[in-house]
Design a protein around this ligand. Structure first.
Ligand code: DC
Length: 222
């Protein structure tokens, strides 16, 4: 595959996007970028610095602070905020609860849009997110859109969080996913939606290996 290829995987929360994007990146020697991690990193920053506190957002101060923000996603997937590795911290339920609110802010999207496009300049990429095929890379070579039943997604995410030692319940995880889907789909700027030319896949009944084989077949056939 051409080293400057772009593969976009969009879809609902916890449908397997990042896992598959990572597998495809290895298979095709492309850089993997989890765009959700960037939105989570900015949300962590807003919470830690108190720009978002008690559900109140200090927009002007937050916007100004973003200008000096050093957010770096390493090729191995680790996320650094001003030099600190925050890869684990961005998975905390506190971040999950507020990330959709922060991701709906037009100035946050503009800031990260630029970063995401810069990342594709040097090497081909596999990027997963919500608006990759529609807004970030509308000319991507391959576009996929993942869906799955909410109960299946909640169970998967719950097991991941438990394995990381996070305290949570299946019900909390399900509520968070449904809330995020709703906020992500209804925002004004770059809402979650399938690109017209994306291939839609329901991942509920597929194993990771089955899904990987299916995607490789689609990509190689094009
Ligand atoms: O992929 P994830 O579940 O870690 O993403 C966290 C949130 O970030 C998601 O609920 C919405 C936001 N997001 C977005 O708005 N646009 C993207 N391209 C990726 C994520």
């Amino acid at each position: 595959m051409n080293s400057r290829k772009v593969i976009a995987i969009d879809g609902y929360a916890s449908t397997g996007k990042s896992t598959l994007a990572k597998m495809l990146s290895r298979h095709y020697h492309l850089t993997f970028i989890d765009s959700g991690a960037l939105y989570r990193g900015v949300t962590f920053f807003a919470l830690e610095k108190g720009f978002l506190k008690d559900n109140e957002l200090h927009q002007k101060a937050f916007r100004d602070a973003l200008e000096g923000l050093d957010l770096r996603l390493e090729p191995a997937g680790d996320l650094y905020l001003n030099g600190e590795n925050i890869s684990q911290k961005i998975r905390h339920p506190r971040v999950s609860d507020d990330v959709s609110t922060i991701a709906a802010l037009p100035f946050v999207r503009k800031f990260l849009l630029h970063q995401q496009r810069q990342m594709a300049l040097e090497n081909g990429i596999v990027m997963d997110g919500r608006d990759i095929g529609t807004v970030v890379f509308p000319n991507a070579d391959h576009k996929f859109f993942f869906t799955a039943r909410p109960e299946v997604r909640a169970q998967r995410r719950y097991e991941e969080l438990k394995a990381q030692g996070q305290e949570t319940t299946l019900e909390e995880v399900l509520n968070n996913l449904l809330h995020r889907d709703q906020t992500d789909s209804s925002r004004d700027v770059a809402p979650l939606r399938k690109a017209d030319d994306a291939i839609e896949i329901d991942t509920s009944e597929l194993t990771t290996d089955q899904l990987f084989t299916h995607l490789v077949e689609k990509i190689d056939a094009k």
